[in-house]
Design a protein around this ligand. Structure first.
Ligand SMILES: [Zn+2]
Length: 328
């Protein structure tokens, strides 16, 4: 007998702290984001940020009139180094150091809570989206380029977490031995070159002109500013080389590019595509390099998917019939 999951049989409360705003959503059992709210800018840190997060989740549930018994779990995607037990080991920008976010939320919300690094969550969200709507991609690298550079890896259909849950710190791969100092304290990390602040700094130093955002840099590049285009191109080249190294090492099916920089700049994506395919020819066969399908929803869907996996530890082929039907 074939049974089907009732999409509205339960909901997940989800939050994404990637920034610049705090993003909340309700995700149903078919992984549709049924409601999304974006709060004001993430201007607080530490205890104040925790209160903003907890109250935002409760308000969302209240606004949508969802009874507590219908909330199956809570998922939070956050920047930083996240331990396997849901402890934020280090998130400098958020003012959290060895802060057990999962434990605090479970106590305050009386619910199952999953905490995951934002890029890992987005990677898993993109993977599930592909599985449900397009094609099965079992081996995938997700790279997010925004105020920082992060990544998540899906191997054989599973999120790869590494020995302590910290895998995916692509932004701290060294690309220059005498480069600029990174937020991690080391020098020459990819993030110092390819993040939005890295490109803005490079443009300002070379042009002597102040600009306010990456959007302005991308606009200038589109409007014929040769220097702006060359700054974006150089950053994308370095990122593309790092991605090509991953492809050579891991034999991926797909690379998905997300984050504000990738969602804004066609030039950045185009150059990454050129460089990412500089691999052994056999490893390029069938390889897809594309922009994120989900944008700012990727992290929300990712943490909801991980919550479903925790609650129902059975194959996705069983849980989502479309998943199997489109790939048989
Ligand atoms: Zn670094």
């Amino acid at each position: 007998m074939l049974l089907e999951v009732n999409p509205v049989g339960g909901y997940f409360l989800a939050a994404d702290l990637t920034g610049p705003s705090l993003c909340f959503g309700i995700v149903d059992l078919s992984l549709q984001v049924v409601t999304m709210q974006t709060s004001k800018e993430l201007c607080s840190q530490g205890d104040k940020l925790y209160t903003q997060l907890r109250d935002g989740l409760l308000r969302l549930q209240d606004d949508c009139k969802i009874k507590s018994r219908n909330v199956l779990g809570v998922g939070v995607a956050t920047p930083g180094l996240i331990g396997s037990d849901g402890t934020v080991l280090e998130a400098d920008n958020l003012g959290w150091h060895h802060f057990n976010l999962r434990e605090h939320l479970e106590k305050d919300l009386s619910s199952l809570v999953i905490v995951q690094n934002d890029s890992n969550a987005a990677a898993y969200g993109e993977f599930q989206y592909n599985s449900l709507h397009e094609m099965r991609i079992d081996n995938m690298l997700y790279v997010s380029v925004d105020t920082g550079v992060g990544s998540g890896l899906v191997f054989n259909g599973q999120l790869y977490r590494g020995a302590r849950g910290l895998a995916g710190e692509v932004g701290h791969i060294k690309v220059s031995s005498d480069g600029l100092q990174c937020t991690c304290g080391r020098r020459g990390c990819l993030e110092t070159v390819s993040s939005a602040p890295g490109m803005i700094r490079d443009y300002q130093q070379k042009s002597g002109r102040l600009i306010e955002s990456f959007y302005e840099l991308a606009f200038r590049a589109n409007s014929g500013d040769v220097l702006a285009a060359s700054v974006i191109r150089e950053a994308a080249e370095v990122t593309g080389v790092v991605i090509a190294n991953h492809i050579n090492m891991l034999n991926l099916d797909a690379v998905v590019l997300g984050g504000g920089v990738c969602m804004t700049s066609d030039l950045f994506i185009q150059v990454i595509r050129e460089y990412a395919k500089d691999t052994l020819p056999e490893l390029r066969e069938g390889l897809v390099v594309r922009r994120s399908s989900l944008g700012s929803q990727a992290g929300l869907i990712g943490v909801a998917s991980l919550s479903i996996n925790y609650l129902f530890p059975i194959s996705s082929d069983v849980l989502f019939p479309r998943y199997a039907a489109t790939n048989s």
